[in-house]
Design a protein around this ligand. Structure first.
Ligand SMILES: Nc1ncnc2c1ncn2[C@@H]1O[C@H](COP(=O)(O)OP(=O)(O)OP(=O)(O)O)[C@@H](O)[C@H]1O
Ligand SMILES: [Mg+2]
Length: 276
């Protein structure tokens, strides 16, 4: 089935000082994990081209290789065969220029929210004043103002995820990789984070690869949605969402393009339950 195509509104230019967005390319990638106990083919024949500044969401059943795919792009895993390119360069080892929001927030318990965000600056030896100004801007953008000195245990799960998001964005990465970043949040906070992420993406112009189990989250946020098959994960279909970049949450969910894309993805995922 082909989704109705529609002219998309061009996004605002990247924020002043933002690094240029980078494209991502996977060509015929396969990943096999071999151990004494078992051999698992996590990914097979995966090809995907993500344009600089594009937002691509990845959905698929548990264990189909979504996290594996992000780890390949980040250089945390090496493909058994095929090519992985970031910004036109082959990925050969861990990439420090990207932003990565892991499946769990992974904050340091002994550091305050602000110091967790600034960890990124310390690792990259960013100019402290520049890093602090950018951290303040992100804290404001994500509604964390007033909690700069709070420790992770004093923050809600949603706030911890927002701190992790700020940390991933601090250095204005050319690519942002997000692995189910909002899975643990209540519905309302998740909606707010979706709206926020749409705004951040539009204003920073960064490339985003987002793994999610939520069909509505994928369609609301992405230019294209990659639907993967059960293991060994392959690309079943790539759906063009065809919505304008700036998306009001409730208005978007009522649009025919949104409903058509969501229904089609739900059909593709078939009997796999647990998708909203
Ligand atoms: N380091 C590893 N060693 C061995 N097997 C692995 C490793 N990492 C992942 N796998 C296997 O690869 C497959 C894909 O795992 P992956 O974490 O990519 O799935 P996923 O799509 O992210 O699932 P979920 O939605 O549950 O997070 C699984 O069968 C898993 O057991
Ligand atoms: Mg995963």
């Amino acid at each position: 089935m082909t989704m109705p195509k529609q002219q998309t509104t061009p996004r605002a230019p990247a924020a002043a000082g933002a690094g240029p967005a980078a494209g991502v390319r996977l060509g015929d990638v396969a990943v096999r994990f071999r151990s004494k106990k078992r051999d698992v083919t996590a990914l097979s024949d995966v090809s995907l081209d993500v344009a600089p500044g594009e937002f691509v969401a990845i959905v698929g059943p548990s264990g189909c290789g979504k996290s594996t795919l992000l780890k390949l792009v980040a250089g945390l895993l090496t493909a058994s065969s095929g090519d992985v390119l970031l910004g036109g360069e082959r990925v050969t080892g861990p990439r420090h220029d990207i932003g990565y929001v892991f499946q769990r927030a992974a904050l340091l318990e002994w550091r305050s929210a602000l110091r967790n965000i600034l960890l990124q600056a310390e690792i990259r030896r960013m100019e402290p004043a520049v890093a602090r100004a950018r951290a303040d801007e992100l804290i404001r953008m994500t509604g964390l103002g007033g909690f700069e000195d709070a420790y992770p245990h004093e923050l809600s799960g949603g706030m911890q995820q927002r701190v992790a998001l700020c940390r991933a964005l601090l250095h204005e990465p050319p690519v942002l990789l997000m692995d189910e970043p909002f899975g643990a949040l209540d519905a309302l906070t998740r909606e707010q984070m979706n709206t926020e992420l749409n705004r951040i993406w539009r204003t920073t112009g960064t490339t985003v690869l987002l793994v999610t189990h939520s069909i509505s989250e994928a369609v609301y946020l992405a230019d294209r949605v990659v639907v993967m098959s059960p293991r060994p994960g392959t690309v079943t279909e790539i759906i063009e969402v065809g919505l304008p970049a700036e998306r009001d949450y409730s208005e978007t969910l009522g649009r025919p393009e949104f409903r058509a894309a969501a229904a089609h993805i739900r059909d593709l995922l078939g009997a796999v339950s647990g998708h909203d």
